[in-house]
Structure formats: structure tokens, C-alpha cells
Design a protein around this ligand. Structure first.
Ligand code: SF4
Length: 628
């Protein structure tokens, strides 16, 4: 074991608070984040799983990160195998190695960490003496296929439910095969790739997935935290003065995901991060986070404020994590109470249409929030294609209210290569950014200074389980030209800074998010070849265009169909057809007894068809049914 690596880990621990070592636990879990400590500790999913696993008396969970550059040099020099942070134990000695993967771009790091640990990368090469390898997190259940061959179990859904089910199943005993079969037979939440034969058509597309054992489901349902109130149900109860129901919903025993380990050296490590809601109601057709966390649910204000009070002695900075901060039915209470506690508030993302004066005031007060907004495009028509229901006039007005508060710099997220995009659509970006810049200069006169418009351009990447999942990504050469054209046009506008993601990176993302099982070979090869994807594609002979650059037929069996996210085929197809005609759709109401997209009938409603698992606790169902 390298002394330098141990020293480096001990130094990190010395700067942290809140980590723990549980001696004598029955099950030891190495919780791996496929990026460095500095980046991983800013990920709320990692904190959440660390806290959830360690809550279980029989479990001891330690963290593992991709070594930083100095540590990696030491690992290579000493040929040491990858160690956990807390006790510097080789991760191959743990019972479970669980990866938390939020982004498909981290797949290569995951494979590098497995290689470094000395654990065989391919599940078929592992035996009973190796730890159980589990992958969880948003990327892995959106489309588990590119990492299926590395993995014993893929967690399909949310950790609040799955952590306990996983440990319960393991504690029931048996060998690896028995545990895997038991997990697969739950029917929801655990996908065991080795228990399926994938049948392919002659053209290389998937034909079907055949379960290899009785009781293993054809499709694996997504498990979700159903004790959290639906956003619309709580909002309606508050608005209608249904106090009893509102109080009932707010007083469930709810887990509030938040920072578990105080790690001031890490990115955003100087603030308490709290998830205030999950999912977004708007249904932007490109957004995987919206659809795959349907229905939008909230953490009640009392739980958020209790966390804030607990941490106030340590920090005066709080980051509210949510895809739609202002949609929280209790956002006013949350903001005013946090301001009373003298917190400096930042938010993870802002949705333009809902931004309130109250939130803007809180952000101005905090001084360290850069406002980032996402018009996505400069064309009102194209915004209807993606179901982002805002006009350019509204966007300029909203930016204006930011500038009028003296915040004269905004970041604008834009996409290039959207379906049906024309050159005129791209030109409209210049007009929109010019208008926003003029509005900034006008407001700047009052403050005697000028600000900056930072535009961030990304190539559109079609994501699984969204209405645009059937679309091809814009051809790489064409995407490159479009990005160049927009960059050139925007950089001519004064006070505008342009940042962009390369067409290459967009295509890499598309391959890892929409590929099938064969992509694991590319990931393994690229991890071995120091991240060189071109060499990996050459070595494996895989044609990336087959996976990324075809418009898929509605009848094609999509690789990610093995996961049943709850979204019905008819809903996604209708939304896709409406996108083609630039027709917008209403947001998800997030209320009881809605069946629009198919998610709630399979998770919430008492009258769901037989065979569908009801994970809403009976007492909650009864209370809600009584109120409607
Ligand atoms: S069924 Fe209705 S409330 Fe439930 S997620 Fe779908 S659109 Fe939202």
C-alpha cells in the first residue's frame, strides 16, 4: 500500500466532518463516485446514498473516488489497488461496490476505477469471491444497456426506496445467484442484466429481451419515493384552504436529501445543499430530468428548514437543489425563513417563467449567485417544438428584472441542432441576445456600470425516455458548422462572451446515452486506451452512427425499453408528433387521479390495474382518496 496515497486520503478526512466508520457491520459497501473527490462531494446523490446506507444498522458505507492526478500517479507507480477514503481498504475486499452515476460522461471513469481496483471489469469474469457490483444514479437507469455487461445489478429508480430493499434482500441470505434472482423478482427497481437474453434482428436492432428465469419481469419498473407529496396536490390543498389535507401532506415522515459530510475543500463544499423538490412539471421535450422524475414531488418546508437550522452554526450558505425551485408550493415560507436565519441563498437552476421577485431579491442578497437562465433557442417556433412555453418578449422582460436589481451579468444556455431547426432559427438567437444585451446596458446606466451576457452553446443530444428519443443527433460535421456559425454571430455582439461544447462531445454523449449493450466494449476499450474514443471505436469495430444518427421508427425496440419508466408509449409518441408540428402541451399537473402520461397509474392510484405495484403507503392513499 502506498504511504503517499494513505497520507493524501487522511489529509482529506482531516478537513472533513460528518464521515463515519462503523466497526463490525455485517455488510460493507464501497460507495464509488466516478470522478474526483472535489467534484464528487458536490453531488447530492452521493451524500444521499452515503447517509441512507449508513442509516441501516447492518451496513457500513465508505466513499471511493477517482484518484486526483497526484494520487493516480502514485497508484500507477506503486501498483496499489483502489482504496476507500475512510479506512483505506482495497475496494475489492468490500461486500458491495456501488457506483452512483449521474452523467454518462463518467462511464469511462467508472471502468477505470474497476480496473484500478483489480476487480474484473466484466460481470461474466467475476465469481462468488468478488463483491457485488451495483450501478445506480440517473444515468444508469435512463438507459442501463451501455453498462449492463459490467454490472451485477442496476438500481432502477430512487435510492430512498432501493437502498433498504437491496439490503433486506441480501440479509435474507443465499449465494450471489440467489440474491440476484431475489432482487430481479421484486419486479420493480432492480435490473439484473445477466438474467436476460437479448435477441437481435438481422439489421442489428434489438428484437426482444427474454427473461432467463421464472418470475423475472419482461420490463423492470422504476421505483420512486412516493411518500413525498406531489407538488400539485399540495399546492391545491394550500390554495383551497384544505388545511387538514395540507397539514397531513406536509407531515409525512420524509427523508430530506442534504449534505451529509461537510467538506469545505470540495466544489460548493462551503454550503449546505438541500434538495427541495424532484422533477419538473413543464415537460420540455428534450429534458430527461423532467420526464424521468415524474411526477414532481416536494420536500415539505418544515424538513428543509429543520436541516437549515441544524447546519446554521457551520455555514451561512445554502444551495437549494431542484429542477424547478419556484414551483415549490411553500417557496415563500422557505425563502423568508432562510433569510431570517441570515442564510445566503443560491439555487441549482432557475426556470424563467416562474421566477419570482421574492427569489430574485434573495439571490441578489446572497451576492454569490450568478443567474443562469435557459431560453434554449432564439426562436419562439422552435421553443414550441421543444415545449418550452416562453416567448422572446417574456425572456427579455425576465432578464430585465434581474438587471434592474443590479445583477448585470447573466448566463444564457442555448442549444444548437434541435429537430426542425433552420438557419432562420439560428439567426433569431442573435436578435434575442442583442435585445438582452441592450436591456442590460439600459439597466446598467442606473448603476454606472455594464455587465456581461455569457452564452453557453450545447449541441442537442436526444435522450432516452423523452419524446425526442426517436430523433437522430445532428450530423457531427453539420453540428460543428452550426456551432461555428452561431459562435461567430454572437461574438460580434459587444458585451457578449461565448462558450460552447464541441460537436464531438455531443456525439460522445449521444453514443453513451442511446447505445445498446455493445457500447460496453467501447467504454472498456476507451478506459484502457487512456480515454481515446476514436481508438476504442477502431479497436471494437463499432459504428457510432448506428446508435446516434438514425431517426428510429416507432416500432423499433429501443435498448432502454427494458426499463419501464411509467411513461406510456402513446404519450411519448403523441408528444413527438406534436413536436414535429410545433404544438405545445400542458404541464404535468402533479395531482391525484391524473393518468395523462401513464406514470401515476402505475405508482400512485389505488385503482391501478392488477399486477402493478402500489408503492404509495396505504395510509397516504386513504387520506388522499378521502379528500377528493
Ligand atoms: S400521470 Fe399526470 S400527474 Fe402523473 S406524472 Fe403523468 S402527467 Fe403528471
Amino acid at each position: 500500500m502506498s504511504k503517499k496515497i494513505v497520507e493524501s486520503y487522511k489529509n482529506k478526512l482531516a478537513q472533513e466532518e460528518g464521515w463515519l466508520i462503523k466497526q463490525g457491520a455485517q455488510i460493507r459497501i464501497a460507495l464509488c463516485y466516478p470522478n474526483t473527490h472535489a467534484i464528487g462531494m458536490a453531488n447530492l446523490g452521493l451524500h444521499t446514498m452515503y447517509e441512507l446506507f449508513n442509516k441501516i444498522p447492518e451496513v457500513s458505507c465508505e466513499r471511493v473516488f477517482l484518484p486526483d492526478a497526484d494520487e493516480m500517479r502514485e497508484y500507477e507507480k506503486s501498483r496499489a489497488s483502489l482504496l476507500s477514503l475512510e479506512t483505506q481498504t482495497p475496494i475489492r475486499d468490500f461486500d458491495i461496490v456501488a457506483f452512483s452515476i449521474s452523467f454518462e460522461t463518467d462511464y469511462l471513469n467508472m471502468a477505470r476505477m474497476l480496473r484500478l481496483s483489480g476487480i474484473p471489469v466484466w460481470s461474466k469474469d467475476r465469481n462468488h469471491f468478488h463483491p457485488l457490483i451495483i450501478m445506480g444514479g440517473a444515468a444508469s437507469f435512463l438507459n442501463p444497456e451501455p453498462i449492463a455487461d459490467f454490472t451485477d445489478v442496476i438500481a432502477v429508480g430512487e435510492g430512498e426506496v432501493l437502498a433498504f430493499q437491496l439490503i433486506d434482500s441480501i440479509l435474507q441470505g443465499g449465494d450471489k445467484e440467489e440474491i440476484l434472482l431475489r432482487l430481479a423478482r421484486i419486479g420493480r427497481g432492480f435490473y439484473v442484466p445477466s438474467l436476460y437474453d437479448v435477441i437481435y434482428n438481422d439489421d442489428g436492432t434489438a428484437f426482444d429481451y427474454l427473461p432467463r428465469a421464472d418470475g423475472v419481469p419482461k420490463r423492470v419498473g422504476r421505483a420512486l419515493a412516493a411518500v413525498n407529496p406531489k407538488e400539485g396536490t399540495l399546492r391545491r390543498a394550500i390554495k383551497r384552504g384544505e388545511n387538514e389535507l395540507a397539514e397531513f401532506l406536509k407531515n409525512q415522515d420524509i427523508f430530506c436529501p442534504s449534505t451529509a459530510v461537510w467538506s469545505p475543500q470540495a466544489e460548493m463544499g462551503d454550503r449546505l445543499l438541500v434538495e427541495i423538490s424532484r422533477g419538473c412539471s413543464q415537460g420540455c421535450r428534450f429534458c430527461w430530468a423532467g420526464y424521468n422524475y415524474y411526477p414532481p414531488r416536494v420536500v415539505p418546508a418544515k424538513d428543509i428548514l429543520a436541516k437549515a437550522a441544524e447546519w446554521r452554526g457551520k455555514t451561512n450558505k445554502i444551495g437549494l437543489v431542484s429542477t424547478a425551485v419556484c414551483d415549490h408550493p411553500e417557496i415563500s415560507t422557505i425563502l423568508s425563513e432562510l433569510r431570517k436565519m441570515d442564510y445566503r441563498i443560491t439555487v441549482s437552476s432557475l426556470r424563467l417563467d416562474q421566477i419570482s421577485d421574492e427569489l430574485l431579491d434573495a439571490l441578489v442578497e446572497s451576492k454569490d449567485q450568478q443567474i443562469a437562465v435557459a431560453p434554449e433557442t432564439g426562436s419562439d417556433r422552435l421553443r414550441r417544438v421543444i415545449n418550452k412555453n416562453l416567448t422572446n418578449d417574456e425572456i427579455v422582460d425576465i432578464c430585465g428584472s434581474v438587471f434592474d436589481r443590479g445583477m448585470l451579468t447573466v448566463k444564457l444556455y442555448m442549444m444548437v441542432g434541435l429537430p426542425t431547426e433552420t438557419e432562420e432559427d439560428l439567426d433569431e438567437m442573435f436578435v434575442l441576445v442583442e435585445r438582452i444585451k441592450d436591456r442590460m446596458l439600459e439597466a446598467g446606466k442606473k448603476f454606472g456600470r455594464a455587465g456581461k451576457i455569457i452564452t453557453s452553446l450545447n449541441g442537442f443530444v436526444p435522450k432516452p425516455n423523452t419524446p425526442l428519443q426517436w430523433d437522430a443527433i445532428c450530423d457531427e460535421k453539420e453540428l460543428k458548422q452550426k456551432i461555428k456559425y452561431v459562435c461567430k454571430g454572437l461574438s460580434r455582439i459587444p458585451n457578449v462572451e461565448v462558450r460552447f461544447m464541441s460537436a464531438r462531445i455531443a456525439h460522445e454523449q449521444a453514443l453513451f446515452s442511446s447505445g445498446d449493450r455493445s457500447i460496453a466494449k467501447v467504454i472498456e476499450s476507451a478506459a484502457r486506451l487512456k480515454g481515446n474514443l476514436n481508438d476504442a471505436l477502431r479497436e471494437t469495430g463499432i459504428d457510432p452512427k448506428f446508435h446516434t444518427s438514425r431517426n428510429r421508427e416507432y416500432g423499433e425496440f429501443l435498448p432502454w425499453s427494458i426499463v419501464d419508466s411509467g411513461l406510456s408509449f402513446e404519450f411519448l409518441k403523441t408528444e413527438h408528433e406534436k413536436a414535429r408540428e410545433a404544438l405545445s402541451s400542458k404541464p404535468c399537473p402533479a395531482v391525484e387521479k391524473c393518468t395523462t402520461c401513464g406514470v401515476c397509474p402505475t405508482t400512485w392510484l389505488a385503482d391501478a390495474s392488477p399486477g402493478l405495484i402500489q408503492i404509495q403507503p396505504a395510509k397516504v392513499r386513504e387520506a388522499i382518496a378521502a379528500a377528493f
